[in-house]
Design a protein around this ligand. Sequence first.
Ligand code: NDP
Length: 339
Amino acid sequence: MRVLLTGGSGFIAAHVLDILLDHGHSVVTTVRSQEKANKIASAHKSAGKDKLSFAIVEDIAQENAFDEAVKSDPPFEAVIHTASPFHFNVTDVQKELLDPAIIGTTGILKSIKKSAPSVKRVVITSSFASIVNPFKGNWPDHVYSEEDWNPITQEQAVENPANGYRASKTFAEKAAWEFVEKEKPNFSIATMCPPLVLGPIVHYLNSLDGLNTSNQRIRDIFQGKAKEEIPPTGTYIWVDVRDLALCHVLGIEKEEAANKRFFITTGYFSNKQIAEIISKHYPKYKDQLPGEKTPGGDYPEGGLYKYDNERVQKVLGIKFRGLEESIVDTVKSLQEVGA
Ligand code: NDP
């Protein structure tokens, strides 16, 4: 298939790109600069220009940002939209989080409808942030599934960056489903809703300092930041980036994925477990790691929400990797960038 992948420089997108190429698809990926395109190209020298090329989209928050990128010869059959800000280092939630997420999503759907009639499927990276009810805490009585929607409002969204990020994912995904309902485009969509995504980084795009948000807790643990007290885990469910990337690719390949929302989680984890796995496999970090008696980082005593992850296993046939494999591979990948 001829596929447009947005945000090719991202942590998750880098794995989506690898799997797309591995499955024989021909990919155009959007990046913000030629410099990023060059880095990706030089890491994929074996893929000729017919298999991998680039479109520069500097800012997805601009209306019509994707108007040119969706045009291709041969034409696109599928689009995977991963680009969206995921960090909390913002001063203006509306401009830096909400606009790029929402306008980025509605913008690409409009551009496809207008200029890329051959596209049959659009897969969108959403998040558990659009499912979770952050006002219910650990909510032990509840089972989260694709039926749940974060009830966050615009007023709450602009209160702080954490609310802003969760709202950006919620509003963007809602806008996508509304677009399909109202505009009845030629394509179907599938949305991917992962919680915390852990797993190896691709070395050619990364540094330890500029690490993607979700892997920072692993770096912080082996760099000694949890030695006296392990920080609270926060989100207690996770998925490996390679499993999530495969879900994205299956989302364009499988007819049955059409018009479905997928809640994609392997299961529970805690920061304490991450520290234990690093300690077991990487004794060289022993002096920086928390010990057996270090407080914090465990599961909450009052219990936790449950999760229903059946749809992704049944419809996409995904088998999840375990936490140990994921953490071991992540640390190994961080060593390649100097850990
Ligand atoms: P990254 O920060 O690694 O990737 C984000 C990507 O979006 C980058 O390619 C970035 O480009 C691009 N981007 C951000 N803002 C803009 C903008 N205004 N204009 C153009 N491009 C932009 O994060 P992840 O790979 O982790 O996240 C990818 C997607 O997955 C996001 O939609 C995120 O919300 C979602 N997600 C991630 C989770 C996680 O735990 N990692 C959990 C749940 C969902 P550049 O590199 O040039 O800044």
